[in-house]
Design a protein around this ligand. Structure first.
Ligand code: SER
Length: 315
């Protein structure tokens, strides 16, 4: 039995990752600044934790003698641009607190997500390679480069088994993402099903890398469990499918034929334009066998049916 402490447990990814990990036999200590959704309590022991509180991070990791940490707590890109000091505190100080406590308490493995936001305007935009120029222009992106570099430093200096994967926009129905630049690809489903119309905050031809949640969960668990001797890299691109709002609109019209979409780009357009259009994930494929399963039609069918069910059960 491996005991894993997860931060940001009430967030979009953790709320689906925790049940998947529990199903595989891991014991989970779920932590967040707010209590978890009711159904998460079945799968994990919950503790309140603000990752900027270094003493509490240290004491919880020590108290539960955890074998591994999955550090998901983070301020996303759009929210980070609205409150850069909050992002500095949560993303940078939180990372340092987690890595220092992991070292002190001899935690064996630490997985911390990175993002396509770690790339910037000078990065090659198409089939962005795993190892390339990383000069992001958002505070969130800078914090993700810091995750990769500091994590890799703790690996080479102290032998910590650090792993990271660069998520694209993640599409899911269970928990909404909080303040990202890829959120349009989730919002269009909510608004489309509930009101029949959606106003999109990026231009209709903005192509962005995305991934369905089942692929995101598989990627995370596959990297977490990959034999260490197979890993040459520590930070990995993972691709799903790239699409524009217009392509998504067309696909979604199979389910909602009268869907009306308007395009009113705001400050998030600039962020989107600084990121890759598509991702080359051949390194992840070679080192730990990554392969996505959801193309755009499959992603739309999955999201539409999951969300329709969720929204119906609320009525
Ligand atoms: N979905 C994230 C964001 O838009 C990217 O990692 O901020």
């Amino acid at each position: 039995m491996t005991r894993i402490l997860v931060t940001g447990s009430a967030g979009q990814i953790s709320t689906e990752l925790i049940p998947a990990l529990a199903e595989r036999g891991y014991e989970i200590i779920a932590t967040d600044i707010r209590p978890p959704p009711e159904d998460e309590l079945e799968f994990a022991e919950f503790q309140i934790l603000d990752v900027t509180d270094s003493q509490k991070v240290d004491s919880l990791i020590g108290k539960f003698s955890v074998d591994a940490i999955i550090h998901n707590a983070s301020i996303l890109s759009a929210k980070g641009e609205q409150d850069p000091l909050l992002a500095l505190n949560v993303n940078f100080r939180g990372l340092e607190n987690v890595l220092l406590a992991a070292k002190k308490h001899r935690v064996k493995k630490v997985l911390i997500p990175s993002s396509i936001a770690a790339f910037g305007p000078q990065t090659p935009k198409d089939h962005t390679p795993n190892d390339t120029i990383m000069r992001p222009t958002t505070i969130y992106g800078i914090s993700k480069v810091y995750v990769e570099l500091l994590g890799e430093y703790f690996h080479s200096k102290y032998g910590l088994d650090f792993r990271s994967l660069r998520y694209p926009g993640v599409i899911s129905a269970k928990t909404k993402p909080g303040g990202g630049t890829t959120d349009w690809a989730v919002e269009i489903f909510y608004e489309g099903i509930e009101t029949g119309s959606y106003t999109c905050f990026v231009k209709k031809d903005t192509i962005m890398p995305m991934m369905a949640m089942p692929d995101c969960i598989n990627a995370t668990i596959q990297l977490f469990e990959a034999p260490e001797e197979n890993l040459i890299h520590r930070s990995f691109n993972v691709a799903g499918v790239s699409f524009t709002p217009e392509m998504l609109e067309t696909e979604l019209k199979r389910h909602i034929p009268d869907l009306q979409v308007e395009y009113k780009p705001d400050f998030r357009q600039l962020i989107a334009d600084s990121w890759p259009r598509s991702i080359d994930d051949s390194v992840a494929r070679e080192e730990w066998g990554w392969k996505h399963e959801y193309d755009l039609p499959k992603l739309v069918d999955y999201m539409f049916s999951d969300l329709s069910m969720k929204l119906k059960s609320k009525v």
